[in-house]
Design a protein around this ligand. Sequence first.
Ligand code: MG
Length: 337
Amino acid sequence: MTYIKMPQYDIFIEKNGLLNLPKYIADVYTYHDIYIVTDETVYELYGKKIENILVTHKVFFVVVKPGEKSKSLDTYHQVVKELVQKGMRRNHLLIALGGGVVGDLTGFVASTIFRGVPFVQIPTTLLAQVDSSVGGKVGIDLEEGKNLVGSFYNPLFVLIDPEFLKTLSKREYANGLAEMIKAGLIGDKKLYHHLLSHDLVTEEEITMAIQVKRAVVLVDPYDKKERMFLNFGHTFGHAIEKKHHYESYKHGEAISYGMLFALQVGIKYHETKQELYDEVKELLLARGLVKEPLLKMEDYIREIQSDKKFLANGLNFIIVDRIGDAKIVPLKESDFL
Ligand code: MG
């Protein structure tokens, strides 16, 4: 078992760690009742198993539909109502069991129901394990845009069990790999090199990816400045997701193209080498994250210009010209034309 210490909580990374859930809970929670929010897919796969593991507790499940649509005000309302109707009190524990949608939604419920209840994250997708479950951001989407309502709210602990990854589809697995490749590129050369030659990850690489995020989150817990480094590939990635109405491309796929575009920008305006672009492109092709013919940067520049982060004096763009070392480069609108 590996554990990563955050200022206010621990992240446990343990193969079959789910079996030790009662022990982890016993350290932070003394009551009998536990409320778990999950989605239909995860409930189907792990609902019974969790009930058996938490046999000495009384467990109440709230099950939402799988998919991004559940990160909505409607689902938020439905979940809060169901928790209250099932008898939840403000000192009862709430567990998020699922991917990023369930984690963000449940975290936001936890931060607001009864003005905040104790909360635990058990991320079940690779993307949620290496990214969304770390850093304390929780929230929901509006029709007007993603993550427009939310807060910063820390869990009591995060339990990461790589065994969950065995039930992921190949596409969902790759979705998480994309954020790990990003983590390697911006902050850990060793991780990047490992990912170049391995298509499966273990506890060790998950830990490395989380460490990259942790380092940034610690200096910038409220997303004022340094967290920006985590946005490598995301300026164009978000533009791609938006232009295709969040349907054609998964987040990891969109940021994979975004990373290639950012490397192209780096070649044009900075010291990024063509060889790095070629290597990353081969890797992303091999993992099925991008496909030939590749999307073209020109087709997304209009979306970038309407981005709210595009300030009057330019856009802070993240460039990687040496592996493991990201830079913020201010670019003007005309630089993209
Ligand atoms: Mg991301």
